[in-house]
Design a protein around this ligand. Structure first.
Ligand SMILES: Cc1cc2nc3c(=O)[nH]c(=O)nc-3n(C[C@H](O)[C@H](O)[C@H](O)COP(=O)(O)O)c2cc1C
Length: 228
């Protein structure tokens, strides 16, 4: 099974998001997936120019940059893994630029109703296409990811792909700075690796595995200062 992973953290493979993405991709590979991994920080990808030439003329994007080489891999891949740090409750800027540059060239110009919603049908797509979100954030509670998850589901509706779920790591700064969290870190790494294996072998995650990935690292009161 072919997988394309995109990490949009400016810190690339050295960031907090990568601390969960790397073992997750390892698990996928060990379960037999062929994984192509991109870091947006190493790519030259311009924002969409908004002219709709691709869509109107049914051609590739008129811009010539690294997206031209990535497009064929994306179209072939059954699974897309979108990894992003949480930025102001949403995805990072480079991730938004990346997804804007994906869908418009693949959609038809006309609009249909699908499940009662306006939608450009995809003329180029994978019949079994799926999407997984991987994200880390600094705030304590998992609810901080809610808007990002909703946006990803919305993206999947328009991309005509199934949303398989999210690998989420809140209060991520502790992962690098708190030495006494080492044991838990190992547990999180193992759970993330297992999640990667599960999704390739069974097509889904076990909910207890996802809970382990997102578990609290220290007591909340040691991280959050209460304001009266
Ligand atoms: C511009 C910016 C905006 C951020 N916004 C949020 C936010 O809304 N909520 C949150 O919990 N963390 C926020 N963070 C913290 C990052 O999500 C967090 O540190 C993340 O783990 C960084 O991942 P990385 O090391 O892979 O880049 C923000 C960080 C930056 C730089």
């Amino acid at each position: 099974m072919k997988v394309v992973s995109i990490n949009s953290s400016p810190l690339g493979d050295k960031g907090h998001t990568a601390m969960i993405l790397t073992p997750f991709l390892e698990g996928m590979k060990d379960a037999g997936a062929e994984v192509i991994h991109y870091l947006t920080k190493d790519l030259k990808i311009n924002p969409c120019c908004g002219q709709f030439t691709c869509s109107i003329k049914n051609i590739d994007c008129i811009q010539k940059d690294d997206m031209n080489e990535i497009h064929p891999h994306l179209l072939e891949a059954e699974i897309w893994v979108f990894a992003t740090p949480l930025y102001i409750s949403g995805m990072s800027g480079p991730m938004k630029i990346f997804i804007d540059r994906m869908l418009i060239p693949w959609g038809d110009t006309y609009v249909v109703f699908k499940d009662g919603r306006s939608h450009h049908p995809m003329r180029k797509k994978h019949e079994n296409g799926k999407v997984i979100l991987v994200s880390s954030c600094a705030y304590w509670e998992l609810e901080n990811f809610d808007l990002l998850i909703e946006h990803m589901k919305e993206f999947c509706f328009h991309a005509e792909r199934d949303f398989l779920g999210s690998i989420l790591r809140p209060h991520s700064p502790i992962m690098k700075f708190m030495q006494d969290a080492k044991e838990k870190l190992e547990e999180i790494k193992n759970a993330t690796y297992n999640a990667g294996k599960q999704v390739i072998e069974n097509g889904k995650f076990k909910s207890e595995t996802l809970k382990k990935v997102s578990q609290p690292l220290i007591p909340m009161e040691n991280y959050v200062r209460k304001v009266e």
